[in-house]
Design a protein around this ligand. Structure first.
Ligand code: ADP
Ligand code: MG
Length: 340
């Protein structure tokens, strides 16, 4: 341990639309949903992360839950800053005699505007950062998966998060082609809510939709290892009383079909605009899937069928970006593609 580490704390932040992960010394010190709860009347922070998520859909009149990055961009600067500060606090400064200078790498969506980029940097500085670099999400995902992004050999990575799906081809330490779409995990949940309302006359909230997706979510209607039917509880739209109904994965596959086609469109359009040499590389290397959406049953198969390419799901897809951001932190002065 060098002397500077007594005064400097290094952290890597994956500021995701659904989850924020912070690493320090390769360890996960924060892994929380990107959500806060505030008191409406005073605009004061009530809770952040898991605690705030528990309140979602169950708040009383004077409370509000906010996901400040909901649509894949920094939809709400002020609350993003509030949230980021709390998470950095949670990452802790134990073991330091005086508050350490924070050195950090933050992962940001590649579709972010300059104004939003500035807002993330300002929030980080407000939270005590002295030295900040940023990295684009698909780059971080690729590094986290273990791909050699400095090599000329091209790789395609699809990162499906909460608010955005990003498709990128990377080579020589840069982004060759990139497509971003707002169709991702949040939209899947909305599809499920709509479906349950239309087909089963039942009103459900976001939290229940998320559980349905995890328990019986699927991208295809012919799974080899189908999950058991899942009992959904909510409010009967006709009688107004609580009710329960069973759903199977085929129904959810049908409900998600349109959204998944949209992601497929981005994949096709990214492949179409990839230069021929990189195309040849992708033919050899296949496609890599990361982000929580990569866990959707049958998605790899569906994309493989669409493209005729091999599709690999990252190990622990929810952590790939954070891992990659952690590696970028270790190469703070070495990786030329980090944004100053
Ligand atoms: N088992 C699963 N099946 C399908 N989707 C999942 C699963 N687990 C998590 N997700 C979804 O993944 C998304 C979060 O992924 P993440 O990569 O953390 O997103 P972000 O980078 O935007 O924060 C959420 O929309 C969540 O519902
Ligand atoms: Mg992400």
């Amino acid at each position: 341990m060098g002397l500077s580490s007594l005064f400097t704390k290094e952290i890597a932040i994956d500021l995701g639309t659904a989850n924020t992960v912070i690493l320090h010394n390769d360890k996960i010190v924060v892994n929380e949903p990107s959500i806060i709860a505030i008191k409406k009347s005073t605009r004061q922070l009530v809770a952040v992360g898991k605690l705030a998520l528990m309140m979602q859909g169950r708040v009383h009149e004077d409370m509000q839950t906010i996901r400040p990055l909901k649509d894949g961009v920094i939809a709400d600067f002020q609350h993003t800053e509030m949230m980021l500060k709390e998470f950095i606090k949670m990452a802790g400064t134990r073991g330091f005699i005086i508050p350490p200078a924070l050195k950090m790498v933050i992962c940001i969506p590649s579709g972010i505007t300059e104004v939003e980029e500035r807002a993330v940097r300002d929030s980080a500085e407000q939270a005590g950062a002295k030295d900040v670099r940023m990295i684009y999400e698909p780059m971080a995902a690729a590094i986290g998966i273990g791909l050699d992004i400095m090599s000329p050999d091209g790789n395609m990575v699809i990162d499906i998060g909460g608010g955005t799906s990003e498709v990128a081809v990377l080579a020589l330490g840069g982004v060759v082609t990139r497509k971003s779409s707002k169709t991702a995990g949040d939209e899947f949940n909305e599809n499920i809510i709509d479906y349950m309302r239309r087909k089963h006359n039942i009103a459900i909230g976001d939290t229940t939709a998320e559980r349905i997706k995890i328990n019986v979510g699927s991208a295809i209607e012919d799974l080899e290892n189908p999950p058991e039917d899942y009992e959904v509880k909510g409010r009967d739209l006709v009688q107004g009383v609580p009710m329960a109904v069973k759903v199977n994965y085929r129904e959810i596959a049908a409900a998600l079909d349109h959204s998944i086609s949209e992601i497929e469109q981005s994949v096709i359009s990214a492949l179409e605009s990839t230069p021929p040499e990189s195309s040849a590389d992708i033919y050899n290397n296949g496609i890599y899937l990361a982000g929580g959406g990569a866990l959707l049953r049958g998605l790899d198969k569906r994309i493989s069928k669409l493209t005729g390419l091999q599709v690999h799901v990252a190990d622990n897809p929810l952590m790939a970006v954070a891992r990659g951001t952690g590696i970028a932190l270790k190469n703070f002065d070495k990786f030329p593609f980090l944004i100053k």
